[in-house]
Design a protein around this ligand. Structure first.
Ligand code: PGA
Length: 276
């Protein structure tokens, strides 16, 4: 039996994914270092994003200072723009912070609770839920990131850990937010390591994520929310995740900094969706 068959247990039709559009999200992290390079990086994926727009939604997440330059570069193209983080208050004495309200007009998207923010900047589930709720409240689509550390995975405690993160992270969300909500399952040990998760583990955990989203938002609303996989996804392995029934796309770090590779990934995802 193929890996696709084993992991999916059968039918992979678009209908089986509830008609939710595939999403390929590019998290540039703290790259590149100049506005010109950022604009160039965005330019490099436009052809592929345009060509496959009917099958794949593409969104890019540059660092804050490059949002304006990148917005200019992608103007009129079917590419969403998002921020990698934001603060939940609208305005005030919060030195160094950028509010979700300030992103309106530039961005359609926001990432909340990326594991690097949790690990290096002390973000808790409570902060993640406030950030997600603030983004949703100003009309942004929000990707809430969850994922277990290596030791938790090795101890077989992924399910408990990830369920708790999803439940707490969506604490401020309502069923009305579902259409704008994405949960990205990114095992920490797979991020930036080249050690992507086994599709079966990813599949099982994404199913769990969907079941917790359903518990929190209710059946009907939850069917609108998308679930992504992230962690060392590249042009070679992206199909093995996107083919999984509970997977609505991928959150991509390192490979999104290579325009040719990210363009190829858009194409691969489009092919999976067209042939499913
Ligand atoms: P990676 O990063 O693709 O480089 O593993 C993914 C992420 O951090 O979102």
């Amino acid at each position: 039996m193929s890996r696709r068959g084993e992991a999916s247990g059968g039918d992979l039709s678009r209908v089986g994914k509830g008609g939710r559009p595939a999403l390929l999200a590019a998290n540039w992290k703290m790259n590149p270092t100049t506005a010109a390079e950022a604009a160039e990086l965005a330019r490099g994926i436009l052809d592929s994003a345009r060509e496959h727009a009917a099958a794949v939604e593409t969104a890019i997440f540059p660092p804050f200072p490059w949002l304006v330059a990148v917005a200019g570069m992608i103007k009129g193209a079917p590419v969403g723009l998002g921020a990698q983080d934001s603060y939940w208050e609208r305005a005030g004495a919060f030195t160094g912070e950028v509010s979700a309200a300030m992103l309106q007009g530039w961005c359609q998207w926001l990432i909340a609770g990326h594991s690097e923010r949790r690990a290096y900047f002390g973000e808790t589930d409570e902060m993640v839920s406030r950030k997600a709720a603030a983004g949703l409240a100003v009309g942004l689509q929000v990707i809430v990131c969850v994922g277990e550390p290596e030791g938790t995975f090795a101890a077989g405690r992924t399910a408990d850990y990830v369920s708790r993160q999803v439940r707490r992270g969506l604490d401020g969300c309502t069923s009305e937010d579902a259409r704008s909500l994405v949960v990205a399952y990114e095992p920490i040990w797979a991020i930036g390591t080249g050690r992507s998760a086994d599709p079966e583990h990813a599949c099982e955990t994404m199913r769990l994520v969907r079941s917790v989203v359903t518990e929190v938002l209710g059946d009907e609303a939850a069917s609108l929310a998308r679930v992504l996989y992230g962690g060392s996804v590249n042009a070679q392995n992206v199909a093995s995740y996107v083919e999984l029934p509970p997977c609505d796309g991928c959150l991509v770090g390192g490979a999104s900094l290579k325009p040719d590779e990210f363009s190829a990934m858009i194409q691969v995802v489009a092919e999976v969706y067209k042939t499913a």
